[in-house]
Design a protein around this ligand. Sequence first.
Ligand code: ATP
Ligand code: MG
Length: 362
Amino acid sequence: MPVSEQNQFRLAIEAAPAGMLMVDHAGKIVLVNAQVEKLFGYRRDELIGQPIEMLVPERFRANHPASRGGLANATRARPMGAGRELFGLRADGSEVPVEIGLSPLKTDEGDFILSSIVDVTERRRAAMERERLLGELRSLNAELEQRVRARTSELTSALEEREVLLQEIHHRVKNNLQVISSLINMQRRKLEAGPPRDALQECQLRVQAIALIHEKLYQSKNYARVAFPAYVRSLASSVFHATGVSPRAVQLEVEIDDLALAVDRAIPCGLVLSELISNALKHGFPDGRGGTIKVTLRKLDPGRVSLEVSDDGVGLPPHFDLERTSTLGLQLVRTLAEQLGAKMTVRGVGGASFELEFAVEE
Ligand SMILES: Nc1ncnc2c1ncn2[C@@H]1O[C@H](COP(=O)(O)OP(=O)(O)OP(=O)(O)O)[C@@H](O)[C@H]1O
Ligand SMILES: [Mg+2]
């Protein structure tokens, strides 16, 4: 027997995965499927012929389209209550969250509304769970940010304390070295002019070269590195002053690339400079001879520098051999050059020149 069109329609409605419910123009239920029975807890015969309001919770009834003549006006398929949460009323009086799609049907027997009803309990629960987890995540995040802020401020103040302490230490070291330098100076002044007196002056200059490093360190904002251009100028002027050579007779030229050296490099460099500048002043320009002393510190390849002290004085004595000098000054320069891992080049004609090339940390 061929299945009639009406039967096909009923079979399709029955097999639909959603609850399917049809009402007539007066809002009376004329057709339901098994899903509707399951969703609302009524038997089919309890629903057919009843007003649709029986499935609508009390508080929504006044707004229900069936009560506003909305059903008759419906002309095209649309979701119901767009944006609002909808609930169905079950036989046991409980409510179930639902989503409803409405399709108007115009037939020879009159106008109907076919609605598909989906139970969204699980979807709502999942959405609420998601909201809850998101909220939890937000509060955890806020807590974490708060902890990071607190720790950052702790670390910042610890760092400030450390910097104040470092500055204080460099200041004290410099002051103590200054005291030692003054003690040597007092001793020196007790001696007659001559080699012992000169030796004490050299000694004083060496102590001052180190004191100056610490002075530059606490004056700068970086307590680990010495800004070299300023250091070299101060050092040269202190050596000039100590040797009593008039800056008018012997000029100083300083050419220092902008470079900051770590303390462990800065101290040997400072001592080398002190020795070489004092040598140039002491030996290069005898008998009131004038000239120029040039100090250069140039950056070479990344991580390497060249430090040079040259003068246009009388030059090194004939047969001068750096390796064989037994005098303290150049011995000290040799030891310090070794400490710096420096390659040393000496020229002694047309003035004297000492160049050290070594590695530095950038
Ligand atoms: N720039 C220079 N110009 C001329 N001669 C120099 C120069 N530098 C060094 N000399 C020579 O090299 C010698 C060794 O120098 P060195 O610094 O070792 O000893 P010093 O200066 O005589 O004594 P000190 O141990 O007090 O430094 C000097 O005595 C001097 O003859
Ligand atoms: Mg010397």
